[in-house]
Unconditional design. Structure first.
Length: 399
């Protein structure tokens, strides 16, 4: 019997459409990218509230994107939180806010929007203790259809630190779960949608099953593959691991462990992952083989069911303490990697050329005094991407 509780909440008008024409306090500025002649559009979501953390989590799926703001305050409800849905035209690069999502019966310190994801007609966002699923209908009208509570949640922690959605599968990473008295071992929960109900399909535990594994630090799904990052791996000879799982009917089985030969203790490998088609990227923002915490990212390619490392991506700036690989994204043609470099963060794009991934371009922080540019990044299957900057968003396009 499943040890979790799923309560279906079909609430009309829980979330509502807010069109940009009605948002008089939305400001947009453009920053010219000298490397590519491209404009990076930055949006500041200033609404009548305080404590905004817009961009703490972001996701993008073709014409739609989503950004979480877990610090949004409401009257008598500090940190209630919200998530914003944006849309662009098929051939356009201008993103317009279409909806504000909020959980039913939201309360103070829910931190709704701490982690968000979007795919097709569905979006999901977390609070401290639940995951809420929304469905799009009638254009840009979004309705909450489910509230999910994963089993065995640790007290005092967010119910999910990572989240990804593809088709009818929702993947939830909880790296703080305690197992057998060992803390921060972690777990990943898989839910499958059947007739608008999200049923608990499987719980995946850390193959290493050691204290401090932090299994589920990051998750990504594409088609029938799931990638799970385990950034705090216990074994002293490793600085993290990533695992590949393949779907077999209603089961998910481990097919590979993705780990480079040069990863060392505390490299934070697996802190961020992404997958698209035959390609996986894994960030290691504390990796030190090429300098003090310069960081790196690794690209793997699948042939059949076998995975092999194809490239190691390094920052062209070659700066110490850059944390390159803090967050990553990939598709069949591009890989993007963020580095905070203390007060001057950047997003680096690498463009695939056969089996190599040479550096292509970079976007630097719009505000040099801010260390929050590209706190999170996401990219779709083509050339569009979004960065969450903690207080604003940036939309970019690779050419």
């Amino acid at each position: 019997m499943n040890r979790f509780k799923i309560s279906a909440l079909i609430v009309i008008a829980i979330c509502y459409c807010v069109f940009m024409s009605a948002c008089t306090k939305v400001q947009t500025k453009k920053i010219e990218n000298n490397l590519a002649g491209e404009e990076l559009s930055t949006l500041n979501q200033n609404i009548d509230a305080t404590g905004t953390l817009l961009g703490n989590s972001v996701d993008i799926d073709d014409l739609y994107s989503i950004a979480g703001d877990p610090g949004l305050d409401e009257l008598l409800k500090p940190n209630r939180g919200a998530a914003y849905v944006y849309n662009r035209t098929t051939t356009g690069t201008v993103w317009t806010q279409r909806a504000i999502l909020k959980n039913a019966n939201g309360k103070a310190n829910d931190n709704f929007g701490y982690v968000v994801t979007i795919n097709g007609n569905y979006a999901a966002a977390t609070t401290t203790d639940s995951i809420y699923v929304f469905k799009r209908s009638l254009g840009n009208f979004w309705v909450q259809t489910a509230a999910i509570v994963p089993p065995n949640l640790p007290s005092g922690c967010f119910c999910a630190s990572s989240l990804d959605l593809y088709g009818d599968i929702l993947v939830v990473g909880q790296p703080s779960r305690e197992i057998g008295g060992n803390i921060q071992v972690g777990a990943v929960y898989i839910f499958k949608r059947v007739n608008e109900r999200w049923n608990h399909q499987k719980t995946i535990l850390s193959p290493n099953n050691q204290e401090g594994d932090r299994f589920g630090s990051s998750v990504a799904i594409h088609k029938n593959w799931i990638i799970i990052g385990s950034r705090g791996h216990h074994e002293a000879s490793h600085g993290g691991k990533a695992y590949a799982y393949l779907q077999f009917v209603d089961n998910w089985l481990q097919q590979a462990t993705l780990i480079p030969t040069d990863i060392q203790y505390l490299d934070n490998y697996g802190g961020s992952v992404d997958i698209w088609g035959e390609y996986v990227i894994v960030g290691a923002d504390q990796e030190t083989s090429n300098g003090s915490r310069k960081g790196s990212a690794y690209v793997f390619k699948r042939t059949g069911a076998d995975w092999a490392q194809q490239a190691k991506l390094l920052s062209p700036d070659n700066l110490n303490n850059a944390n390159f690989g803090r967050t990553v994204a990939i598709n069949n043609s591009y890989a993007i990697v963020a580095a905070d470099k203390w007060e001057n963060a950047s997003v680096y794009t690498f463009k695939r050329n056969g089996t190599s991934w040479p550096f292509f371009r970079s976007d630097d922080t719009p505000t040099p005094s801010s260390a929050n540019f590209a706190w999170k990044i996401a990219m779709d299957s083509t050339r569009h991407y979004i960065t969450g900057n903690i207080g604003s968003l940036s939309f970019g396009t690779n050419y």
